[in-house]
Design a protein around this ligand. Sequence first.
Ligand code: NDP
Length: 446
Amino acid sequence: MDPKVGQFMAKIKAKNPAEPEFHQAVHEVAESLIPFIEENPKYKHAKILERIAEPERVILFRVPWINDKGEVEINRGFRIEMNSAIGPYKGGLRFHPTVNLGILKFLAFEQVLKNSLTTLPMGGGKGGSDFDPKGKSDNEVMRFCQSFMTELCRHIGPNTDVPAGDIGVGGREIGFMFGQYKRIKNEFTGVLTGKGLEWGGSLIRPEATGYGAVYFAEEMLKTKGDSLKGKVAAVSGSGNVAQFTVQKLTELGGKAVTLSDSGGSIYDPDGIDAEKLAWVMNLKNIRRGRIKEYADQFGCEYFEGKRPWHVKCDVAFPSATENEISKEDAEILIKNGCGVISEGANMPSTPDAIEVYLESKILYGPGKAANAGGVAVSGLEMTQNSMRLPWSREEVDSRLQTIMKNIHQTCVDFGKESNNYVNYVNGANIGGFVKVADAMIAQGVV
Ligand code: NDP
């Protein structure tokens, strides 16, 4: 390790103990940025790297609610307002039992650079709760969301901080939170994105992260004169990002053969076509069942407790959660012929898996670039809310495609090495950093 990176990380770890995911995210960025900052001393003198690793504000609160049995339950709520140099804080809310301060700080840190890459005026934030929506009734989810928003509404607003969805937070949860915000504040504003179409949502927002990850893969392949047509893909997860990844991939002539959830993964070598995907959407979004049922329904293999990276594929779209591809998984993927990784999830690859990708010189699109389509369309939802005018599906999709192309180009501009290999990790980290850093310098020491 570069000794300067080592010194920097020692301070980060001392200051933020017991937050391994946050250390991991900052470390990856520091590896890219410290050599760049050494060549650009204005960032060093202004201590930009040290400043962006410190949240502007952290809000932590109690969320009491009453379950269907009449018992009191207590969860913990968080909002990390990480950086507002280029716009209001923006980033999702995650409801999952694993949520803690370190995980949300890692996500908020990534979000700052990701939002900058979209070229839209959005700062970075993230929030959520250790509440587990799984197995809860709609009424329980509503009571929890109302209690969560009763506190959160003091800290957010359309010009201050605009949360969206993430793991465990989809259209249902956004609806309950929006309703409570409106009731308390007595105002109808674009305070959340991912809203329903009838009440200020944008077309393509549910699709945007998955579609964007596929567009990013297509852009990477284009640099080799190739495309997704005829490619076989392993996809993990079976939630929002995974579903729309499969949809767009299929539309572009590729074939998705896997899906997963926290129970295990399915392998369907015939491909998850539009009809099977519609069945999965009903299973996951309406019946809220387990992916194992897919194997029973369509007569394919189910691997209990296993991720899908052992199957033969050309492309991988990790779309479930952080650190879901280990070094061994990365080696197996590459041995089986996988030459493209486009990350729909945030930080799904461990640091040594990333090393394997970079050493093998495969096309590797890190999450902060490849999954930026979701927040980009959230930014477009904010624009439509401000104008009080909805755009058509075609208009939003075409803007999304342009944004993904531009993000790809930024990664190439900042990440191309002397041997012409594009290191998208450096490209995304440096490309996202420059705009935020310049804005921070212009705004003084604040
Ligand atoms: P969903 O809640 O819709 O789906 C998450 C999926 O991942 C589910 O299939 C879930 O399975 C699985 N999963 C979650 N945690 C784990 C775990 N610890 N181990 C195994 N499987 C797990 O979330 P999204 O699709 O919205 O998010 C997926 C990823 O994409 C996350 O990393 C998120 O941060 C990232 N992302 C999402 C964006 C968005 O717009 N939604 C934007 C950018 C990134 P199960 O149901 O069994 O828990």
